[in-house]
Ligand binder design. Sequence first.
Ligand code: GDP
Ligand code: MN
Length: 388
Amino acid sequence: MKVHEYQAKELFRKFDVPVPKGGVANTPEEAVRVAEEIGIFPVVVKAQIHAGGRGKGGGVKLAQSIEEVKALANEIHGMTLVTKQTGPEGRLVQKLLVEQGCNIAKELYLSILPDRETAKIIIMASEAGGMDIEEVAEQTPEKIIKVYIDPLAGIQGYHLNEVAFGLNIPKPALKQFGKMLRSLYKMFVQYDCSMLEINPLVLTAEDEVLAIDAKLDVDGNALYRHKDVQEYRDTDEEDPLEVEASEYNLNYINLGGTGNVGNMVNGAGLAMATMDAIKAAGAEPANFLDVGGGADAEMIANGFRILLSDKNVKGILINIFGGILRCDTLANGVVQAAKETLLSIPLVVRMEGTNVEEGKKILADSGLDMITADNLKDASEKIAAAVQ
Ligand code: GDP
Ligand code: MN
């Protein structure tokens, strides 16, 4: 789960990681109040959305006076911010972070990630931080250093030195930098993070380090043990259909691309295999909805409705292996939803497993207009032909 910059910085403060003075605002008026509390200029007005690239998109601006804060807050709050990471539709800005500006001498890049290949935690850092880090990674990858940490042994002094020297941290800032990196690592592990990124980590003219941006992703599977982070969830930043699905305990993933086949499956592995088969048949999946093992007819009906309300979907493939979820339960759910919502797009159904004959009979007796398939290859070819 992603959190906002201001929330990540709240956690940073708990771990004594230096961040600028400031506060979040829900309205332009609140932004002015935060700036008045800071009392020194410049202050920075920053759009809070779950996407990066805000600076280049016009979502991060410096103000030299209260009047300017007011003008910028009114401009940024309520704007639809388009950045490299939001897609062309952009994101509505509903929150602002107002912070004390700082005297930037150098912008560094720092991130912490789990590395699946080595089963270690990796710290990535670069002296060439700031808004062009993507280009650095592409054109001069040697400018990014990587330090691997064995999670069982934890972070050691030599790791801290390796990163600090790789970043050319000046001597007066070394001690503070080491302390900060140790704290960040501790936080990363303690909060089950799947990504932590500070870009830029600033070296000020006063030889201090300061995190002026913060991106944090907490592993959704570990959220149950972080009540404070659960409260950071901002459903305004999520796909509305994904939010609705999660309310029904369904896993719905919008793939975001140009695909037009909606998928209902049970189990993540079957979802992957089904999408591969759709692609092999020459079509593109738009999403998948994993109804899991214990779904009842009501949940299936809700899931089917969610698939139908995805505007990109021009046809639906249901591929279910009945185990704990019985095929007749599935069929009842599909019939219920299809009758309520008037199914007007092609539907291909492939089922196997527990109570498959009953399931097939329910579908056949329902009078629903659908195409049945005998196996996965047959099913994916039929849906590909139907959406063409
Ligand atoms: P992003 O574009 O979404 O990654 O947003 P950032 O928080 O990284 O801000 C973008 C850029 O704004 C940074 O790379 C800085 O150059 C600049 N910036 C942010 N805060 C300050 C500040 O306090 N003072 C100054 N001078 N520049 C800032
Ligand atoms: Mn940034």
